[in-house]
Structures are given as structure tokens and as C-alpha cells.
Design a protein around this ligand. Structure first.
Ligand code: GN1
Ligand code: MG
Length: 384
């Protein structure tokens, strides 16, 4: 354990000291050169450290502080991440079933174990930096959409033989949409910041669609939708894409790997990869369901998930897109009403703006749902 300075502004000497201090506690090679804050994700704090090797070459590593407000038990998170990265790496080595050669690896602490704990209880871990890759917040073309869906399907495939009971729940009821809805009702009833009146339209929109929240849960109860080891945060910027070839290399952000539904993963891809608008876009006319992107997602997913996916799952691919989009809309709305206590925000009403893009996309999906289902059937037929 060691004291760590508080994270600060980019290029600040304190930032350099923070990354050096944390970096040197992991079994990374080389001498610390410089550190940078990686500004991505709504949850954890992420830094990149560059280290000079004995031969003069540079090597980068990622250092991440787990958000304890969100992940109440970071040790459970680390248990899952260790289990999954080891499983995938063993398998990639054994069967060479990799997506371009790079996989996510944890680097151990010098003191042993997979993480470093600071004096204020912060839990840090270190990953290899996936070189030569980019991430996209908004998909630019169908090739990227296809690749992203193939990557998440491959991820599910790679962990499909991992015992579901060996993976623990890092956030209970994470995609229990009915409970997410109930929580919105509770927060709206309490209305701690008097924000409900101004978001009545969004609140009513969700209430009118309450029925949707039960559909997949009923599928689980009926034994039609199996619990699998799933990623649960398949937003498009969680896939590393090779900058030169546009091919997916691997998926990142394994904190929410938990027992879940394959449909949660596919649905979140639809949410994040079919619209050309940013998640926090204020001009809602830019929020669109781009059918070619949806078709590419279905193709990429079915090309990698066909070994395990069942008919009920396939029938609900379009629905899952609508549901996951609404679920995240519900979560942003809840957080807005509650006073922005969960997601990182960078401006007033940030969560509300995010909520609005999600609900607009739900509307767009509703307008295209029959067409989307027809696309699923068509793509599935061509792959049988
Ligand atoms: C959060 O960490 P990040 O930004 O990848 C959130 C997801 C949401 C997403 C919405 C642990 O993901 O569930 O879908 O924001 N992660 C957690 O952008 O709550
Ligand atoms: Mg995440």
C-alpha cells in the first residue's frame, strides 16, 4: 500500500507523479517516462503510462482506478476479470482463436496479486495497452459495425464454456429492467432536487412503455432465455478496432462481465452503434436508426455467435435493441432526477441530454421494428 496523490488535470506534474507512483507498483517493464489521463467511460478513472525499455523502445500500460461508488466490491470485479482474461488467453494460446493477436492481460502487482490498493482504499489494476487501435463513440461505417458485433459475439463464444457460477455478480440486477423502472418510480416520487416537473415528458414516455421491461425477464422465467457469461457493457467504444485495417482486435471494459443474457449484449450494441448521433447529442433530429448499421450488427453477431445462440434469442434481437436503449434512458433519467450521483457528468443536464437521445432512439426503433425483424430473418436465412 502507498499514498497516491489525487487525480488531477492533464499535463500537471501531479498527474505524472500519480501515474509513476501507481505504475511502479506493478510488474511492468522499463523506466517510467510519462503519464496521461485517458478521458473515456462514465465510471472508472483511467490513465496511460509510457515506460522506456532497456533497448530504448517505448511500452505503454493502462492503469485504472475502480469506481467504488459503482462497484461496491472491487475484489469481486477483480475475481471476474482475472477469471475471464485467463480463460480467454489460455484459449487463444491453445486454439489460436484470436482476433488479430492482441488480448487484454492483467499485469500483477510487484507485491503479488492482481491489484494495488492505495491508502484511501482505491483499488487499481494494470492492463497492457492495445497498440495500433482506436475506439469509436459513433460508428462511421457498416464495416466497423460488423466488426464490433463480431468481436462481442466472439467474446461470448470464448467464454461460453466458462462455468456461469464461477463468475460473480459485480452489480446486482444490473440489467433487471423492471427493477431499473421501479427505481425510477421511487426516485421520481422522492424527487430530491425538484427536477421531475421539467422532465415529465421523458418520465411519461417511459411509463407508457412499462410492459417492455418484463419481456426478457419472463423469457428467463420460462426457461427460454439462458443465463450465459456476458459482457453487459457492449457499447461501441468498448471494442478496440485496428486503426489500419478497421478490424476488431478485442473487447475491453470487463468490469460488468456477469451472468446475463446474450440479448443484453446485442441490445446495447444496437443502442450504441446504429445512430450517427453522440450519446449526449442535443440536436435530437440527428438521432436515427440506420438500417444498414443494424444489418451489419446482425451479420457480425450471427457470424460469431451461431454456435450457441438459440431461436428465442434470435427472435428478440431487434426487441433487445429497443429494450436496452430504453433501460439506459431510464438509468440516465433516474440519475438526473437523483442529482447526478452515478454517471460522471461534464455539464448541467448532461444526464438529461443523454436520456433524451436514448428515448428518441427508442422511438426510432419503434418506427423501424418490423423492418428490423425482417432483416434479422433475412440475415439468419442466408447463414443457415
Ligand atoms: C457506463 O463505463 P462505461 O462508460 O463504459 C455504464 C453502462 C452504460 C454506459 C452508458 C458500470 O459504461 O452500463 O450503458 O455507461 N457502466 C456501468 O454510456 O454502469
Ligand atoms: Mg464500463
Amino acid at each position: 500500500m502507498s499514498a497516491l496523490p489525487t487525480p488531477v488535470q492533464k499535463n500537471d506534474p501531479q498527474l505524472q507523479q500519480l501515474v509513476a507512483t501507481i505504475g511502479n507498483q506493478f510488474a511492468v517493464q522499463g523506466e517510467f517516462l510519462c503519464g496521461d489521463e485517458v478521458d473515456s467511460g462514465h465510471i472508472n478513472s483511467t490513465y496511460c503510462g509510457t515506460f522506456r525499455q532497456a533497448d530504448g523502445s517505448l511500452r505503454r500500460y493502462v492503469f485504472q482506478l475502480i469506481n467504488r461508488n459503482v462497484f461496491k466490491d472491487p475484489y469481486v470485479v477483480m475475481h471476474n476479470v482475472e477469471r475471464v482474461t485467463r480463460h480467454i488467453n489460455d484459449k487463444v494460446l491453445r486454439v489460436k482463436k484470436d482476433l488479430g493477436g492482441q488480448t487484454l492481460n492483467l499485469f500483477p502487482a510487484r507485491s503479488g496479486g492482481a491489484w494495488v490498493e492505495d491508502l484511501v482504499g482505491g483499488v487499481w489494476r494494470c492492463y497492457n495497452f492495445i497498440e495500433g487501435c482506436v475506439t469509436y463513440d459513433v460508428v462511421e461505417n457498416t464495416r466497423q459495425a460488423y466488426q464490433a458485433a463480431r468481436a462481442f459475439g466472439s467474446f461470448q463464444d470464448l467464454v461460453s464454456d466458462l462455468d456461469v457460477s464461477s463468475i460473480r455478480e459485480t452489480i446486482p440486477d444490473f440489467h433487471h429492467t423492471r427493477k431499473r423502472f421501479q427505481r425510477l418510480l421511487e426516485v421520481a416520487a422522492a424527487d430530491p432536487h425538484g427536477r421531475l416537473a421539467a422532465v415529465r415528458a421523458e418520465f411519461d414516455f417511459v411509463c407508457q412503455r412499462e410492459d417492455l421491461t418484463a419481456v426478457l425477464l419472463d423469457g428467463i422465467a420460462a426457461g427460454l432465455l439462458p443465463l450465459r457469461v456476458t459482457h453487459n457493457d457492449t457499447k461501441i467504444n468498448n471494442v478496440m478496432i485496428d486503426a489500419a485495417t478497421d478490424e476488431a482486435v478485442c473487447v475491453i471494459d470487463l468490469d460488468t462481465v456477469m451472468p446475463g443474457l446474450a440479448l443484453y449484449d446485442f441490445g446495447d450494441l444496437v443502442r450504441s452503434a446504429t445512430s450517427p448521433a453522440a450519446e449526449d447529442e442535443r440536436d435530437l433530429s440527428k438521432v436515427q436508426m440506420q438500417m444498414p448499421m443494424f444489418e451489419a450488427l446482425v451479420a457480425g453477431y450471427l457470424d460469431s455467435a451461431s454456435a450457441f445462440i438459440n431461436d428465442t434469442e434470435i427472435e428478440h434481437l431487434a426487441f433487445a435493441g429497443k429494450l436496452m436503449t430504453m433501460e439506459v434512458g431510464i438509468r440516465f433519467l433516474t440519475d438526473h432526477i437523483e442529482g447526478d450521483v452515478y454517471f460522471k457528468t461534464h455539464r448541467p443536464n448532461h444526464n438529461l441530454d443523454r436520456c433524451r437521445t436514448q428515448l428518441k432512439l427508442v422511438e426510432r426503433i419503434e418506427a423501424h421494428e418490423a423492418e428490423m425483424n425482417a432483416v434479422v430473418r433475412k440475415v439468419y436465412q442466408t447463414r443457415r
